[in-house]
Design a binder for this molecule. Structure first.
Ligand SMILES: [Fe+2]
Ligand SMILES: [Fe+2]
Length: 243
């Protein structure tokens, strides 16, 4: 839980979501990095209690990512959780990271030339992931939900654009591997998402955010590859057997 005497830099290093809150209150991560939260709020005439409350809420939300064992969730709830928590996180965070990385590379790539490659990789990751989650939400997940509700009587249904659910699943798994490869490259380039000693708060916030993204991606892929997709293949087997 952040305190008002901690510096902006310390807070974003331990709580990546704090960077979002500071942006909303116009607290500048670079110029205010060394200021205590108290000081930054006084300068901008902000209510310290209000900022602390928003920080605490964001922290509680982060901790609430996986409240129950996902393997016990009914399929519809599992899909909802994937979309509401993980897809939402990708839509919110990847454009923000790409923007932060670009700003940072413009200012600091003389001292940290790897930032240019970070910008390119983030662009690639953003483009791939946004397409990927759209395919899941528009094609694969509705199909799995239909199988779960047993609203598919003849299998495969005439209007399905694939003969077996294992085909789009295979494609999604390949795309997960590609995303994991990009994140692993980012980790390698940034030496384990460790900002240099001279890093400004934007740099620290970006690297802390990327580390958090890596963890979120692992959870997200686990929910799909290890729980949802095997369940869908099993449901398809039952439907085929019936037909
Ligand atoms: Fe997904
Ligand atoms: Fe996925």
């Amino acid at each position: 839980m952040p305190t008002s005497t901690q510096s902006i830099r310390e807070i974003v290093a331990t709580q990546p979501s704090a960077a979002r809150i500071f942006e909303r209150f116009d607290i500048d991560l670079c110029s205010q990095a060394e200021n205590s939260l108290d000081c930054a709020c006084a300068e901008l005439q902000l209510s310290i209690d209000q900022v602390l409350e928003k920080l605490a809420n964001a922290e509680a939300q982060e901790e609430g990512h996986l409240p129950v064992d996902p393997a016990t969730l009914p399929t519809e709830r599992l899909i909802q959780q994937i979309v509401r928590v993980h897809h939402q996180y990708i839509r919110q965070e990847l454009p923000r990271f790409a923007e932060m990385a670009q700003k940072l590379a413009d200012k600091r790539s003389d001292r940290a030339p790897e930032l240019k490659a970070v910008v390119e990789l983030l662009e690639e990751l953003r483009a791939e992931m946004l397409k990927h989650i759209q395919k899941e939400e528009q094609v694969l997940f509705p199909f799995i939900a239909q199988m779960d509700q047993e609203s598919i009587v003849v299998y495969p249904p005439a209007r399905a654009c694939f003969r077996s659910v294992s085909h789009p699943i295979f494609m999604m798994e390949q795309e997960h591997e590609s995303a994991n490869r990009i994140v692993a490259e980012l980790r390698q380039l940034t030496i384990g998402f460790e900002p240099p000693e001279w890093a400004c708060a934007t740099h620290i916030a970006l690297f802390a955010g990327l580390r958090e993204f890596e963890t979120d991606l692992k959870q997200h892929v686990h929910l799909e590859n290890d729980i949802l997709f095997p369940r869908a293949i099993e449901m398809e087997g039952v439907l085929n057997h019936r037909g």
